[in-house]
Design a protein around this ligand. Structure first.
Ligand code: SF4
Length: 609
C-alpha cells in the first residue's frame, strides 16, 4: 500500500495464546475502504450463518480506516465490528478519542480477536508486538480504574486502553467498550451500541492496551496537506461549528422539546416540561468546566463537567444529548445532577447509555402499569431518581429484575407480556435513540432500515425535516431517497473513518482518501463503495433470516401523541409501508427487502454469495 494504511492485520487467538500477522488485502481495501466496510467484510468471511455471538469464534474486530490517525480533521476514529448479541446481525460501532490512531501507530490497520481465554486476560500491543497477559487482577474493576491500573503497570500515562466494565463481564446484551476516559482535555469514546462489550466479556478479555510510534505516510503528501487545508477552512468558517463547540451535542435538547421530538416518559410524550433544566445551555451555565476533543479535531464538541450530586462531587465527560434525552426526559428525570450521575455510572459499569435509558424508561412504564411489582422494581417510577440510579447498577450486575432488563427491551417485553410489546421502543432488538419519529417522519424509516437496529447514526433526517428542506416534516415524500442516499454516504464516511460532525462533503473526503492512499476514485465510485458496504451489511442480516418483517416501526408510533406541538401526530402503517416500498425499490431490493442478484452484481458483490 502506498499510503494511508499500515498494511497489516493482527489475528489474535485467545484460546491458543497465539498471534499471526497478515498483509492487508489491497482489493478488499479498495472495495471496502476500511473501518465499517472492511470490518464487515472480515466479519462476513470469518463467521458462518447462525453463529452464536458468544461463540469463541465470533471475531471482535478493531478496525481503523485509511484516514484514521492522519492530519484529516476528526480522524481520531475507528470501528468495532462483531456479530451483535443484541440483534444477532452484524454490528459496527464507531468510536472517537485517541485509541484508533494508536492502533495505526502500533503498525496495524486491524486487530482481529478470536477465541476465548480460560481466565481473564488483557491484550498488550506495543510497537507491533502483541502479548496476552494475565487480567485476573483487573476483573471487576470499573472502566476508569482499569485504564488507571494499566497505565500504572506499564508506567505510561499515554497508554491507550479499551476496556469493559462489570456489564461486559456479566454479558449484558448492550454492554459497551469504553476507550480511555475522564481525562481533562482529551475525549474518550465508546463502542456503545449493540453489545460489543458483551462479546469482549464472553472472551474473558478485560482490556486492550496499545501504544506505538509509527507514523502514517501519504501517497502524495503535498496534495493531501492541500486537501486538509481546504477541509480545515470549511470547518473554521461553518456557521454551526461555534455552537457545537460552545454547547456540544446537548444543544439539541431545547429545540427537540420545542418541536415535539424529544422522547419523554418512554416515548409517551415528545415534549418535556423540564427540558430547560437538562438543556445544553443549562449545562454550560452550571456544570461544564472545559472543552474536550478527540485526536486532531478542531471542533472540540466534548465537555468536561463537574457536578454535585447529593453532596458527592462528580467529574465526568458529558453528558451528551443522547444520555440527556434517554436517561433524562425519557425517564421523566429533570435533574442535571441525577442524569450526570447516571451518565457516569453507565460509563464506569460499561453500559450503552442509549439502551440503558430506553430500557429503564420501558421498565418505569411497565411498573406503573403493574407489569413489574413494586418489590421487584424497587419503586421504579418516572422521575424517581434513586430508583433509576439503582436500576442501572442492577442491570450491570444482573440482579433481580435487572437480569431480565439486561437482555434488552425486546426480550423484556416478550417475557413480561401484558401488552408491553406495544411500548417496547426498539427495532431488531436495538433500543431507539433520542428522536421521536412522529415529529420527524423520516426517522421511522431511518430506524426501521438501519443496518444495526434502531439507530440515528446511519442517517439523521431530523435537521432536514425540521428546517423544511424536505417539505412538510409530517410527510413521507422524498424520505426514501434521502434515507437511502444518506445511509450510503455515511457508510463510506464510517469506513474512512471520520466523524459525523465534520461539515465536509464527498469531494473533501475523496480528495483526502485519494491523496493519502494513491487511489484514484471518482466521487461516484466512492459513493458506490458506500452502497456496496450497505448491501454487504444487508446480506449478512439476510443470511441470519432478516427480511421485510424485521424492518418495522414500534407499534406506539401508530398512536397519536397526546400533547405538545406534535399533538395528534401518528404514523399509519399504510404511510410507513409506502416509504418502505419506495426505499426497497430505490435500493434495487425485492418487495421482501432482499437485494436482488443483479443489484449485487452491479455492486461487485456477486462473489459474496
Ligand atoms: S466533533 Fe466531537 S466527537 Fe467528532 S471528532 Fe471532534 S471532538 Fe470527537
Amino acid at each position: 500500500m502506498s499510503g494511508g494504511y499500515q498494511g497489516k492485520l493482527a489475528f489474535i487467538d485467545l484460546s491458543r495464546d497465539k498471534c499471526r500477522i497478515e498483509n492487508l488485502n489491497e482489493r478488499d481495501a479498495k472495495r471496502f475502504i476500511g473501518g465499517k466496510g472492511l470490518g464487515l467484510k472480515i466479519l462476513w468471511d470469518q463467521t458462518p450463518a447462525h453463529l452464536d455471538p458468544f461463540d469463541p469464534t465470533n471475531p471482535l474486530i478493531f478496525v481503523t480506516g485509511p484516514l484514521t490517525g492522519t492530519l484529516c480533521p476528526t480522524s481520531g476514529r475507528f470501528a468495532v465490528c462483531t456479530k451483535s448479541p443484541q440483534t444477532g446481525i452484524g454490528l459496527d460501532s464507531q468510536v472517537g478519542g485517541y485509541f484508533g490512531p494508536e492502533i495505526k501507530k502500533a503498525g496495524f490497520d486491524v486487530i482481529i480477536i478470536q477465541g476465548k481465554s480460560e481466565n481473564p486476560v488483557y491484550l498488550f500491543i506495543d510497537e507491533g508486538q502483541t502479548e496476552i497477559k494475565d487480567g485476573m487482577w483487573l476483573w471487576g474493576k470499573s472502566t476508569s480504574k482499569t485504564v488507571k491500573a494499566l497505565r500504572e503497570k506499564h508506567s505510561d500515562q499515554k497508554l491507550r486502553v479499551a476496556s469493559i466494565g462489570i456489564a461486559g463481564e456479566n454479558l449484558v446484551k448492550y454492554a459497551c467498550i469504553n476507550v480511555d476516559s475522564h481525562e481533562q482535555k482529551q475525549r474518550g469514546g465508546q463502542a456503545g451500541r449493540g453489545g460489543a462489550g458483551a462479546v469482549m466479556g464472553s472472551k474473558n478479555l478485560k482490556a486492550v492496551a496499545v501504544r506505538g510510534s509509527k507514523r502514517v505516510t501519504y501517497a502524495d503528501e503535498r496534495r493531501f496537506k492541500d486537501a486538509v487545508k481546504v477541509a480545515n477552512k470549511k470547518i473554521s468558517t461553518d456557521s454551526f461549528i461555534p455552537k457545537r463547540r460552545n454547547i456540544g451535542t446537548p444543544i439539541w435538547i431545547n429545540p427537540m422539546s420545542e418541536l415535539g421530538i424529544l422522547p419523554t416518559k418512554n416515548f409517551q410524550h415528545a415534549t418535556f416540561p423540564l427540558a430547560e433544566q437538562i438543556s445544553g445551555e443549562r449545562m454550560k451555565e452550571t456544570i461544564v468546566r472545559s472543552n474536550k476533543s478527540c485526536f486532531n479535531c478542531p471542533i472540540q464538541c466534548g465537555k468536561q463537567s463537574e457536578v454535585n450530586y447529593k453532596g458527592e462531587r462528580i467529574e465526568l465527560e458529558g453528558p451528551e444529548y443522547e444520555l440527556l434525552a434517554l436517561m433524562g426526559s425519557n425517564c421523566g428525570i429533570g435533574s442535571l445532577a441525577a442524569v450526570s450521575k447516571g451518565a457516569l455510572m453507565v460509563d464506569e459499569l460499561g453500559l450503552d447509555g442509549i439502551s440503558s435509558g430506553n430500557v429503564i424508561g420501558f421498565a418505569m412504564e411497565a411498573a406503573e402499569k403493574g407489569l413489574i411489582s413494586k418489590a421487584e422494581s424497587k419503586d421504579l417510577r418516572f422521575g424517581n431518581e434513586d430508583a433509576f440510579l439503582k436500576m442501572i447498577e442492577k442491570i450491570a450486575k444482573r440482579e433481580g429484575i435487572g437480569d431480565l432488563l439486561a437482555e434488552g427491551v425486546k426480550k423484556a417485553a416478550k417475557t413480561l407480556g401484558g401488552g408491553s410489546e406495544r411500548f417496547a421502543m426498539e427495532v431488531k432488538g436495538m433500543e431507539m435513540p433520542g428522536y421521536e419519529p412522529r415529529g420527524s417522519w423520516g426517522m421511522a424509516l431511518a430506524y426501521a432500515t438501519s443496518d444495526r437496529g434502531a439507530c440515528h447514526q446511519r442517517v439523521w433526517t431530523v435537521r432536514a425535516e425540521t428546517e423544511g428542506k424536505l417539505g412538510d416534516r409530517f410527510s413521507t415524500l422524498g424520505r426514501a431517497r434521502f434515507v437511502k442516499e444518506g445511509q450510503d454516504e455515511r457508510s463510506a464516511a464510517y469506513s474512512l473513518v471520520v466523524c459525523d460532525f465534520a461539515p465536509l462533503g464527498v469531494n473533501d473526503f475523496v480528495g483526502m482518501l485519494n491523496s493519502a492512499t494513491g487511489f484514484d476514485l471518482e466521487e461516484g465510485e466512492y459513493l458506490l463503495a458506500g452502497e456496496r458496504i450497505w448491501n454487504l451489511a444487508r446480506m449478512y442480516a439476510v443470511r441470519e433470516g432478516i427480511s421485510r418483517k424485521d424492518d418495522y416501526m414500534p407499534k406506539r408510533l401508530e398512536e397519536p401523541l397526546p400533547d405538545g406541538p406534535t399533538k395528534g401526530k401518528r404514523i399509519s402503517k399504510v404511510a410507513f409501508d409506502s416509504m418502505l416500498d419506495e426505499y426497497y425499490e430505490l435500493r434495487g431490493w425485492s418487495r421482501e427487502g432482499i437485494p436482488t442478484s443483479s443489484k449485487l452484481r452491479e455492486l461487485d458483490l456477486g462473489r459474496v454469495l
